[in-house]
Design a protein around this ligand. Structure first.
Ligand code: SAM
Length: 438
């Protein structure tokens, strides 16, 4: 039987799922929460709190080593706490944005703290991280150009609740760009659909086209034709535009990029330009240099690099996705110094197929590149590597591998391209000693 805090009715030991506990909330932790210590000594990952607060939290999951909890009552609020701008945020509600209740500047400080502590603890790198704001959001809202809504059993749209398949039905999403809301998809019902993805961008490949619009792709379990909304909202379902259907066209640094349905593209409206700028500035490409763009997606970095190395240089874009490669070939078709290779990137591929390079862009999925791939890249003796990552933990481990292989960190930048969440984008420039950008 649990003991109780004097007069409070709150148990001190042991705590289990459903129990209420008083917690002093500490540093931010991965997963969107912050760390606290339960009365029974276990670590608690508590969501919906702000570091420095004293809260009453309900335990939502328990293991032998740690607990998860949601702050449900704030006993001593942090000055960084704000009213969540989204009315669907909060304990047990939409699982999309963990930090809606935190001031936007404080969110950036927390990301700096999180990234800095991963670098220190996982890689022994003691470097201050500064998270930069990027253009293209409004106080952390209206930035997401691509939104995948989940459909509930009756075809209403929303988002999954945290660690749940249950759908929190919404009638708007304040982090989405207005073009997503303007499609009206959330006002319609989508019987039979499992998800509806809206991607804002130009729906025309014409280079002079500036009209903003969006494509909508509804998916159902298994096979079957497209799911149509019950109430017609005037939107086009995967419109029969130039191949493949469902593509949008986005302009970055004066070039247009086609992005097919389901193909990777940075979600924040301002992210592609910010990242291209950071990579170009960091690498300082010179005319005639050979560059390789690993995990190239639709060729975002390749397009920018190709212009910089010029017709006497070369850029090899390497990407595993078939549709992404098709987009990359289309996007780079006017740049004869580029080529696109479809390959599964690993250390073996680098050793066998990459050849000598001066510059590398490395933008792997969230899990990172891994030490073997990093070592294989370093054996090719590039002058500089731009390592782009959306997760500080694998980023830190991979940086350690670069340093152990003899490369040095020339610069490290971080960008707030996921406001209202714990996520942050990092760009490290690594240089081979004696072969710097100067
Ligand atoms: C984070 S995205 C980066 C895309 C691109 N650099 C951009 O910024 O738009 C990672 C890309 O790597 C691709 N990918 C993931 N694992 C891969 C692998 N083992 N080999 C090749 N490509 C892979 C994905 O299809 C995706 O396009």
């Amino acid at each position: 039987m649990a003991a109780a805090l004097a007069g409070s009715g709150i148990p001190t030991h042991p705590v289990d799922v459903g129990a209420l506990v008083e917690l002093d909330v500490g540093a931010p932790a991965g997963g969107g929460g912050s760390v606290a210590r339960a009365p029974d000594g276990r670590v608690v990952f508590v969501r919906h709190a702000v570091p420095g607060e004293r809260v009453v939290a309900r335990i939502t999951a328990a293991t032998a080593r740690y607990l998860r909890a949601d702050a449900v009552d704030i006993l001593a609020a942090s000055p960084d706490r704000v009213q969540a701008p989204c009315r669907f945020a909060g304990p047990g509600r939409c699982g999309g944005c963990d930090w809606q209740h935190i001031d936007i500047d404080a969110q950036r400080r927390m990301k700096e703290q999180l990234a800095g502590s991963h670098l220190a603890h996982l890689a022994g790198i003691h470097q201050r991280v500064v998270v930069e704001r990027v253009a293209g959001d409004v106080g952390g809202l209206e930035w997401r150009t691509r939104v995948r809504f989940a459909a509930d059993g009756s075809g209403r749209l929303g988002f999954h609740r945290h660690r749940s398949h249950a759908v929190e039905v919404v009638d708007q999403c304040p982090v989405a760009v207005p073009e997503v809301s303007a499609t009206g998809v959330v006002g319609a019902r989508w019987p039979g659909a499992t998800s509806v993805e809206v991607h804002a961008g130009s729906v025309s490949p014409n280079r002079g086209e500036t009209r903003s619009s969006a494509t909508v792709v509804a998916r159902r379990r298994g096979h079957g034709g497209p799911v149509r909304p019950v109430a017609e909202t005037g939107l086009a379902l995967a419109p029969p535009l130039p191949p493949p259907p469902g593509s949008v066209f986005r302009e970055v640094a004066g070039r247009w990029y086609r992005v097919g349905a389901g193909v990777f593209w940075q979600a924040h409206r301002g992210a592609p330009a910010a990242l291209v700028g950071a990579v170009l500035r960091g690498l300082g490409p010179r005319p005639g240099e050979r560059a390789v763009d690993l995990y190239a997606g639709v060729g975002l970095f390749s397009g920018a690099l190709a212009t910089a190395v010029g017709p006497t240089g070369s850029v090899l874009a390497v990407e595993g996705g078939k549709a992404a490669c098709a987009d990359a070939r289309w996007n780079l078709r006017d740049l004869p110094q580029t080529s696109v290779a479809r390959a599964t990137i690993d250390a073996g591929w680098v050793g066998r197929s990459m050849g000598p390079v001066d510059l590398v862009v490395l933008d792997p999925p969230r899990r990172g590149a891994g030490p073997e791939l990093v070592r294989a890249l370093c054996r090719a003796r590039p002058r500089a590597v731009a390592y782009v990552s959306c997760d500080p933990a694998p980023f830190a481990r991979d940086l350690r591998a670069f340093l152990d292989a003899g490369m040095a960190i020339a610069s490290l930048r971080a960008f707030d391209i996921f406001p209202m969440t714990e996520h942050v984008e990092l760009v490290a420039i690594l240089e081979a000693p004696g072969r710097g950008t100067a």
